[in-house]
Ligand binder design. Structure first.
Ligand code: F6P
Length: 346
């Protein structure tokens, strides 16, 4: 009997836990009698036929490793001439029966279209931002909030010694989960996220009140996707990536906020942009185990012919949902969580 070939790709910004997903997928698939192929560098690998074999030996020692052994990219098949046709042709040429796409909303949006075009695709929800609907948590998020919390703890001692204000810019393009959870865990003085307005004036009056006549310090967390009303001009000038997302590096909201606080309060302010450190290094135990379970579930979905579906965490169980549900809208911070955080400001 011919052994069926199946594949996996990791696309978009990497997230700690991708290697556990690859390991969980490969082990389960091989146990079920499949040959496993990895596509390199996200959709680019499927478009250009860049592949590598995934054996038990290859995935034996990757669970603890950050990043992705397959590589990733933000290649968008919609922006490549005949991108979708090229993907379908690669699958046919390499005789690949089905594949798993690990990614956030951009990647899963492409997976959904491919499924509608007849490819056998399943999804795995990945993003450190935790902004995907239809799953209680994406892998990578736990690692990033722990890294961010550690950064806050470290900033606290130096902020305290110098009686400074620190603005810490954290990742979170559309949703403020990282800033909210790391900020709450790190006991900061204010948290600003894209979902709810908290103006620069409000930040400044909070800081003035805290510092007036006192030798104190403050830490303010801001999610990178926050847009203050004063930033209109910057938005107009900012570039976009291949998925149409604004290049946040052109906005630098943390630096903008720090400058405004300096101007309006005269307090000593420093800005730290934690950036890709939040995505680097080893995954936490939580993300390793979640990744392994997501990967195994994706292989099982292929084995049982449940295409167009995505592995999902519901409570403590791994279930499956239509990929469509994950990309229909974004998971944002609910108002009650924001109000709780706000009630702790100061
Ligand atoms: O999508 C996850 C993410 O880490 C966002 O939080 C961040 O805005 C973006 O990726 C950074 O992308 P890049 O790695 O392309 O700079």
């Amino acid at each position: 009997m011919m052994v069926k070939k199946i594949g996996i790709l990791t696309s978009g910004g990497d997230a700690p836990g991708l290697n556990p997903v690859i390991a969980g997928f490969t082990r389960t698939a091989i146990k079920n009698g499949y040959e496993v192929i990895g596509f390199q560098d996200g959709w680019k690998g499927l478009i250009e036929g860049l592949i590598e074999d995934l054996s038990l030996e290859r995935v034996k020692e990757i669970v603890q490793e950050g990043g992705t052994i397959l590589g990733s990219s933000r290649t968008n098949p919609r922006k490549v001439e005949n991108g979708f046709e090229k993907i379908l042709a690669t699958l046919k040429k390499l005789d690949i029966f089905a594949f798993a796409a690990c990614g956030g909303d951009d990647t899963l949006g492409v997976a959904k279209i491919l499924n509608e075009k007849g490819a056998n695709v399943v999804g795995v929800p990945k993003t450190i931002d935790n902004d995907l609907e239809a799953t209680d948590q994406t892998f990578g998020f736990d690692t990033s909030i722990n890294i961010a919390m550690d950064a806050i703890d470290r900033l606290r001692t130096t902020a305290k010694s110098h009686h400074r204000v620190f603005v810490l810019e954290l990742m979170g393009r559309h949703s403020g989960w990282i800033a909210l959870e790391a900020g709450m865990a790190g006991n900061v003085n204010a948290i600003i996220i894209p979902e709810f307005e908290f103006s620069i004036d409000e930040v400044c009056s909070l800081l003035k009140k805290r510092h007036e006549g006192k030798r104190t310090y403050s830490i303010v967390c801001v999610a990178e996707g926050v847009v203050f009303s004063e930033m209109k001009e910057k938005i107009e000038k900012a570039g976009t990536d291949s998925f149409g997302n604004i290049l946040l590096a052109d906005l630098k909201v943390g630096e903008f906020l720090a400058e405004e606080i300096t101007k309006r309060t005269n307090l000593p302010v420093r800005c730290i942009t934690l950036g890709h450190i939040q995505r680097g290094g080893s995954p936490t135990a939580y993300d390793r185990y979640l990744g392994l379970r997501y990967g195994a579930k994706a292989a099982e979905l292929i084995h049982t012919g449940k295409f167009g579906r995505m592995a999902s965490l519901q409570g403590t169980r791994i279930v499956d949902v239509p990929i469509e549900d994950a990309v229909a809208k974004r998971k944002i911070v609910p108002k009650e969580e924001w109000l709780l955080a706000k009630s702790f400001f100061g």
